[in-house]
Write a protein of this length. Structure first.
Length: 116
């Protein structure tokens, strides 16, 4: 049974930081491209960042988070991270972890709220 379990969400003031984690089980983690998506209220889900499989781990970010967010992975721990700095109110959303290798697996998501 495949499980992706996110943690690290919460409420933070603008300019603050959070670190999201997603731990996977039931998959051969290192062969999967891992990604973080988010969905804000009333909006479509969007890709925030992804990181490819293998030792190189190429990363890709949506323009709105470049320079503020960093995605990384620890294949030994079957975990992908999203370090989010200088958070803005428009970053408020449910953040979900995704694993892709021809098939998509999803976590249930964790809520991030940025508000003063």
């Amino acid at each position: 049974q495949v499980q992706l379990v996110e943690s690290g969400g919460g409420s933070v003031q603008p300019g603050g930081s959070l670190r999201l984690s997603c731990t996977a089980s039931g998959i051969i983690f290192h062969i999967y491209t891992m990604a973080w998506y988010r969905q804000a209220p009333g909006k479509q889900r969007e890709l925030v960042a992804n990181i490819t499989d293998g030792a190189d781990g190429y990363t890709n970010y949506v323009d709105s988070v470049k320079g503020r967010f960093t995605i990384s992975r620890d294949n030994a721990q079957n975990t992908v991270y999203l370090q989010m700095n200088n958070l803005k109110p428009e970053d408020t959303a449910v953040y979900s972890c995704n694993a892709y290798d021809g098939i998509n697996f999803w976590g249930k998501g964790t809520l991030v709220t940025v508000s003063s």
